[in-house]
Design a protein around this ligand. Structure first.
Ligand code: S3P
Length: 214
């Protein structure tokens, strides 16, 4: 019998039929497009969009940069974890997290327990290009952004690889990446209707939608 979830996703404009049972948490490096793709996914899936960094700023009454300057990165990570835990307690939503959130073992465990995670993987050139447009990211203001992002790719990508779903964020029309995400989410839900991968220790087949020609 035809799979209704795959059918719904394949039918243009029917992505809202995807029965997302838990929050969808977007992870990935700075510049991967988590907020941009998250907003589009929120429209496509008919779920609220929440940006964790914005929530942290609202809770703290100052910007992420100011939190880093006044209290240091460790304090920011603490606040980040608490805010994400609070957000995951609510309704299904699309939640974009800051690039370091999934690196915190406790935050990662909360996400694993309460949400479906999607890593927006992007290559170094794209991350450098996208992050060069603004200078509000404290980690990138400490030195050469290309070198910093390259080092973060080395340390973070193996951990981001634990996400339930992996898709490539590529240059070009944003709709392509959104459609790739919708298809990958549909495939994941078809195998895991609860929205949760069975067990962290079990070897997983990622639902990866790769760039054409890769
Ligand atoms: C960070 C990423 C930023 C923000 C903070 C730290 C990181 O969010 O949370 O500057 O450690 O990668 P974006 O990934 O949304 O830029």
């Amino acid at each position: 019998m035809a799979d209704p979830i795959r059918q719904a996703s394949a039918a243009k404009g029917e992505a809202a039929a995807l029965p997302l049972p838990r929050a969808l948490v977007l992870v990935g490096l700075m510049g991967a497009g988590k907020s941009c793709i998250g907003r589009r996914l929120s429209d496509a899936l008919g779920l609220p969009f929440v940006d964790a960094d914005t929530e942290i700023e609202t809770a703290a009454g100052c910007t992420v940069q100011e939190i880093f300057e006044r209290h240091g990165e460790a304090a920011f990570r603490d606040g980040e974890r608490k805010v994400i835990e609070r957000l995951l307690d609510g309704q299904p939503q699309i939640l974009a997290t800051g690039g370091g959130a999934f690196m915190d073992p406790r935050t990662r465990e909360s996400i694993r327990r309460h949400a479906t995670s999607l890593w927006l993987r992007a290559d170094l050139d794209l991350l450098v290009k996208r992050t060069s447009r603004r200078n509000h990211r404290p980690l990138l203001n400490k030195g050469n952004p290309r070198q910093i992002l390259g080092a973060l790719i080395d340390t973070r990508y193996p951990v981001y690889g634990e996400a339930d779903i992996v898709i490539d964020s590529v240059d070009g029309p944003v709709e392509k990446t959104v459609q790739r995400a919708v298809d990958a989410i549909a495939a994941f839900l078809s195998d895991h209707p609860s929205g949760q991968a069975v067990a962290q220790s079990e070897s997983k087949t990622h639902h990866t939608a790769r760039k054409a020609g890769e």
